[in-house]
Design a protein around this ligand. Structure first.
Ligand code: TXA
Ligand code: MG
Length: 320
């Protein structure tokens, strides 16, 4: 079983070139010394992630943008001044200090200062950039607890630091700041509207295949995922159950009767877009643990972080 590490041990492991799972406010990351090519190579191997896919470099609160970026735009500066530490990754031209292994060979880098006391203690104790993708195997559901990280990895990592369940639950918003207009490559807790309001300028959305978190099929459990309107969820679950399918529902209050069917298990009952984001990945993981065949998930409201939930559910629904 993957060991649980304390912060001091995690810092020593990073310095020794080992891989360490750690909590952030979004999801758990799998960290490696961003300046150590062997460690970053091991990170790609452990995840089963194709090389050439860049990872985010995580920095401490004392980070100076110009040490990691070249000619960072005014927009990039304003975004990080407003939302670091926080669930925001900026893509900027990489300074020579950034290992081109961490950027997947690109001349740009994704940078973020996470808003989690344990993450910050580790990164600041380590004193350098920590390359960290989500701590899951490539294409699989991101982990939001230390237990989920331990279920993904074994001897390939030094261990994981347990910081409890992640508060946000979906990955950071990624904003490409290398062009004239900023572009949101991956939606998250910091919404397009929030970014537009801060910058007072046009915000482009999507339109690139550069980010692996933006492949059509990603974040997928073994179970098939269907996304349906709240008013249809009870009927759809009953229909699948009647056909002999083991169904897990992510529902809203009052949509699926508890006495309904032994073949229908309630994975989660969603209360708000923020709550949906927080429970999404643990609900998808529990579906697999319970041997569910099909997850019927209520379509999220497309406001605020609901846009990010809809994005991840859509990718989970497009299968493995
Ligand atoms: O919330 C998060 O961002 C989590 C936690 C651990 O911080 N990390 C995370 O990392 O989601 P990962 O590797 O699963 O996703 C990184 C995303 C990928 O979609 C990647 O392509 C994009 O960041 N990215 C990183 N550098 C990039 C670059 N130079 N250009 C375009 N996309 C980049
Ligand atoms: Mg990921």
């Amino acid at each position: 079983m993957t060991p649980l590490l304390d912060v001091a041990r995690a810092v020593r492991s990073l310095a020794a070139g080992e891989l360490v799972g750690f909590p952030t406010e979004t999801v758990y990351g799998l960290g490696a010394d961003a300046s150590n090519p062997d460690a970053v190579r091991d990170l790609y191997l452990a995840k089963g992630r194709p090389s050439g896919h860049p990872v985010i470099v995580h920095l401490g609160r004392d980070a100076v943008l110009d040490e990691w970026a070249v000619d960072a735009s005014e927009a990039a500066r304003r975004l990080v001044a407003r939302w670091w530490p926080g669930p925001l990754t900026v893509v900027v031209a990489a300074s020579p200090r950034v290992s081109r292994i961490a950027t997947g060979g690109l001349e740009t880098v994704g940078l973020r200062v996470p808003d989690h006391p344990v993450a910050l203690e580790i990164i600041e104790g380590f004193g350098g950039g920590v390359a960290a993708p989500s701590a899951n195997r490539f294409g699989h559901v991101s982990p939001t607890t230390a237990a989920a990280v331990r279920a993904e990895f074994d001897a390939e990592i030094a261990g994981v630091v347990d910081g409890g369940a992640c508060g946000v639950g979906v990955e950071s918003t990624i904003v490409d700041c290398t062009e004239e207009s900023v572009r949101v490559l991956r939606p998250g807790a910091i919404t397009v509207e929030m970014i537009g309001a801060l910058l007072g300028s046009e915000v482009l959305v999507g339109g690139t295949t550069r980010a692996p978190g933006t492949l059509a099929s990603h974040y997928a459990p073994a179970a098939r995922v269907e996304v349906v309107a709240a008013s249809e969820i009870g009927a759809r679950a009953a229909e699948l159950a009647a056909a002999g399918t083991r169904v897990g529902v992510i529902t809203e209050h009052g949509q699926v009767s508890e006495s309904g069917s032994a073949a229908v298990v309630t994975l989660a009952t969603v209360e708000s877009p923020e709550h949906y984001a927080r429970i999404l990945y643990s609900a998808l993981r529990s579906a697999d643990d319970l041997g569910v065949d099909v997850v019927v998930a209520v379509r999220p409201e497309r406001t605020g972080i609901g846009v990010a939930v809809a994005d991840r559910l859509g990718r989970a629904a497009s299968g493995r």
